[in-house]
Design a protein around this ligand. Structure first.
Ligand code: SAH
Length: 206
């Protein structure tokens, strides 16, 4: 089922072999409720409690591909949720930091990731201001929809680092990639429309 899921997302445009390998390797059904297990390898988002969702596999893969991860890269994720995206990043050899604002999800993700043998550094809190203690990052991925690009995240990028963030209304967002080209210059690309749950916090939605 995992191989088939990887094929499906490859057909939709995911060509990064490391991302596809991670999708083939990680048991997504462990990250969802037992009642939803039989749908875990469909290419769709599923509820994970607290009104949140585990993102659609294609979306996870698309964001990860845009990050252009190399082994050993330091990556910050905002919105741990189920922990699935964090496990993909860990599997690809990244040094992963992830922030979640819902306590219940934070604990659940921590448990599952540990069980699977992944060791990201997790934090409970508002990720809209990033995580300055471990900055700068080679990659930052926001897995919830932001009203604007959170400026603190841009500041926490390494030179050459990439920020991947969906920006727009609560109903639909444009995937934006910002690359820090030098100390004070950035390149911005607007890629494709998506629909995420809202990024809630000081530099997000109320
Ligand atoms: N990456 C997750 C996707 C979860 S959905 C996965 O693979 O399952 C997005 C998550 O972002 C939700 O769990 C939501 O609670 C969280 N979130 C929203 N605003 C946040 C904020 N300001 N800081 C941290 N997490 C946030």
């Amino acid at each position: 089922m995992r191989n088939r899921l990887a094929e499906t997302i490859a057909e939709k445009g995911i060509h990064d072999e490391a991302v596809l390998m991670a999708v083939r390797s990680i048991p997504r059904h462990i990250f969802v409720d037992t009642a939803l297990e039989n749908r875990a390898y469909d290419d769709r988002a599923l509820p994970i409690g607290c009104g949140q969702t585990i993102s659609q596999p294609y979306t996870v893969a698309a964001q990860t591909q845009l990050l252009e991860i190399k082994k050993g890269d330091k990556v910050l994720e905002i919105g741990t949720g189920s922990g699935y995206q964090a496990s993909i990043l860990c599997h690809m050899g990244a040094d992963v930091y992830s922030v979640e604002r819902h306590e219940e999800l934070y604990h659940k993700a921590r448990e599952i990731l540990q069980e699977l043998g992944y060791r990201p550094t997790l934090k409970l809190g508002d990720g809209t201001k990033g995580w300055s203690a471990y900055a700068p990052y080679d990659g930052i991925v926001v897995t919830a929809g932001a009203p604007v690009v959170p400026d603190d995240l841009i500041k926490q990028l390494n030179i050459g680092g990439r920020l991947v963030v969906p920006v727009g209304s609560k109903e639909s967002q444009m995937m934006v990639r910002i690359t820090r080209v030098s100390e004070d210059s950035y390149e911005e690309e607007q890629l494709q429309q998506f629909k995420f749950v809202p990024l809630i916090g000081e530099k997000g939605w109320d």
